[in-house]
Design a protein around this ligand. Sequence first.
Ligand SMILES: Cc1cc2nc3c(=O)[nH]c(=O)nc-3n(C[C@H](O)[C@H](O)[C@H](O)COP(=O)(O)OP(=O)(O)OC[C@H]3O[C@@H](n4cnc5c(N)ncnc54)[C@H](O)[C@@H]3O)c2cc1C
Length: 388
Amino acid sequence: MTPLYDERRNGVPRESRVQRFDAIVIGGGLVGAAIAYGLVRAGLKVALLDEGDIAYRAARGNFGLVWVQSKGLGAPHYQRWTRLSAEEWPGLAAGLRAHTGIAVGHERPGGVHLCLSEAEFAARAAMMARMQREAGNFGFEYRMLDRKEVADLLPGLGPAVVGASYTPYDGHANPLALLRALHRSFVMGGGRYVANSRVEAADAAPGDFRLTAGAEEIAAPKLVLAAGLGNAALAPRVGLAAPVRPQRGQILVTERARHLLPMPTTTIRQTVEGGLMLGDSQEDVGFDTGQNPAVMQVIARRAALSFPWLGALQIVRAWAALRIMPPDGLPIYDQSERCPGAFTANCHSGVTLAAAHARALAPMIAKGALDPMLDPFSARRFDVPAAA
Ligand SMILES: Cc1cc2nc3c(=O)[nH]c(=O)nc-3n(C[C@H](O)[C@H](O)[C@H](O)COP(=O)(O)OP(=O)(O)OC[C@H]3O[C@@H](n4cnc5c(N)ncnc54)[C@H](O)[C@@H]3O)c2cc1C
């Protein structure tokens, strides 16, 4: 257990024992790793503390989409932020490859959402039209494809597919390679990774955050809470709010097949290695990470309706993991008013937003102020008393 250093309760630490950093990031999942990597790129000396294998870790159980087309209905600022990330993704992937040699498998061929009934198609068409209206001058390029157009794009389409929505913005990546590359680049850039270091909440002073990591005391003028579901408990201790809840998702993976799918769909994608990933449910079951055969059947059945040839492939792996879900599904970013220098970052799309976190959010944190473009993402929108 690593208590956040409490000056009043514990007394002033012996300064000779204190390791000083420019920033401490709590949480080494995709959100924390992307921000920590971005802070090192911005020239900061950074410590990244991570709880370890017993923690809930969405970064190790996700589907790997870099997905834009359904983000931000009724919230065009979220569509803009997601699009910014999608634009930054090629630079992120290239930078990580150049620095670490790790290919994160990013591709951006566009993506489709398959509709399995006329009612689904009509609802999707209405949603996409509304997204375009709300985008205004920013624009939102999409097409509703009829069955024949989808069949021309995606071989072996099932007869149940009525049509699809398509946007050119969507893509996918290997999320485990991404996590590894972010961590490796962070350490190669001089960052200090402290594993198995769970941080407990306590008091902190404005612009002066101190905590113990293992045998050491560490201090920094900036603190970033990126602990996924752990943020809910940590945030109020530094005048922030992160009212996130778990949402379970289950994923199935088939044996490898020859490359057939040229682009991902919302729930089916083929990895670079050839395996087909089938996903992913949205279940409100608290912190239960168990698998549910009934839900797995629904995922498999819908996938086989979309592409009957999938039925001939063996399922070789399946798992469940917990998303980090804010009340309205939109990210939460804040700097604390009570403890300036303390920031929080929370979202349920940490693969998609990794490039925005590394290349846009981290530079803002390095400068000490979030850009006004992120104002709508403050937890103040929930009217939470503890919010910044
Ligand atoms: C089934 C599923 C499918 C998904 N599919 C996609 C997708 O296709 N595309 C996409 O963009 N996103 C997807 N996601 C979401 C994505 O996985 C997460 O947004 C991403 O993992 C970022 O999470 P995070 O870093 O905030 O949290 P996590 O990955 O949970 O990491 C939090 C880290 O904080 C550490 N921690 C927690 N508490 C403490 C503490 N007190 N002290 C120190 N460390 C602590 C933990 O050890 C953990 O490593 C999916 C998620 C799931 C579950």
